[in-house]
Design a protein around this ligand. Structure first.
Ligand code: GRF
Length: 194
């Protein structure tokens, strides 16, 4: 295995609003010797996001944005990104929609994970809707972010079988496990093509 010691790592910011299990998973991977990236910053619109505890635990800078005004908030975020020399943004349960103006500034460098097989089941409440529609499969998708919700170019997907006994919570748990693996694979692919 070639060692990346001394090679400049790609700086990543993770945007989140909730539990942060994807965030934690990305951090853990980034600490491996051969990882191409470093998580430099966590951005959240909620000061009480549980995920921010991981920023504290792993000594990652965090920025909380109140989002009272989108334009000001995004200017604020862009400044912090610049200050931290961020190359790529990973959205992981971030509950705000970025404006096309913001996205333009990081063209092709913002990715998101969504817990469904896009283009099916965009938006919220995916698992319950999948179960209600008696789908045989659900899954997760990592995609580039464009200005339409959950609609950017797909990078990778992973299928998960829906079981007869599934509740929304049970399905969410199994999908989340796959999300953690998929996000790393997709990020690797994105970084290779930068
Ligand atoms: C994940 O299911 C992700 O696909 C969705 O929001 C959830 C975030 O989970 N966008 P976590 O905060 O990473 O645990």
């Amino acid at each position: 295995m070639p060692r990346l010691t001394g090679v400049k790592k790609i700086n990543i910011a993770v945007f989140l609003s909730g539990t942060g299990s994807n965030f934690k998973n990305l951090i853990k991977y980034s600490l491996k010797k051969n990882s191409k990236f470093k998580i430099r910053l966590a951005v959240s619109n909620k000061s009480n996001s549980k995920g921010l505890d991981y920023a504290d635990k792993y000594k990652i800078d965090k920025k909380i944005i109140n989002y009272l005004n989108i334009k000001d908030s995004e200017i604020n975020i862009l400044n912090v990104l610049k200050k931290n020399k961020i190359d790529v943004i990973c959205l992981a349960g971030f509950m705000k929609i970025l404006t096309s103006n913001f996205i333009k500034r990081f063209k092709g460098k913002i990715i998101n994970i969504h817990p469904s097989l896009l283009p099916k089941y965009k938006g919220l409440n995916t698992h319950q809707r999948v179960i209600d529609n008696n789908e045989m499969f659900s899954g997760c998708t990592v995609h580039y972010v464009n200005s339409k919700l959950d609609s950017g170019k797909i990078i990778l997907q992973k299928k998960v079988k829906v079981l007869k006994t599934d509740t929304s919570d049970k399905l969410a748990k199994r999908v989340l496990k796959q999300e953690h693996l998929l996000y790393l694979k997709a990020l690797e692919k994105v970084l290779t093509n930068l």
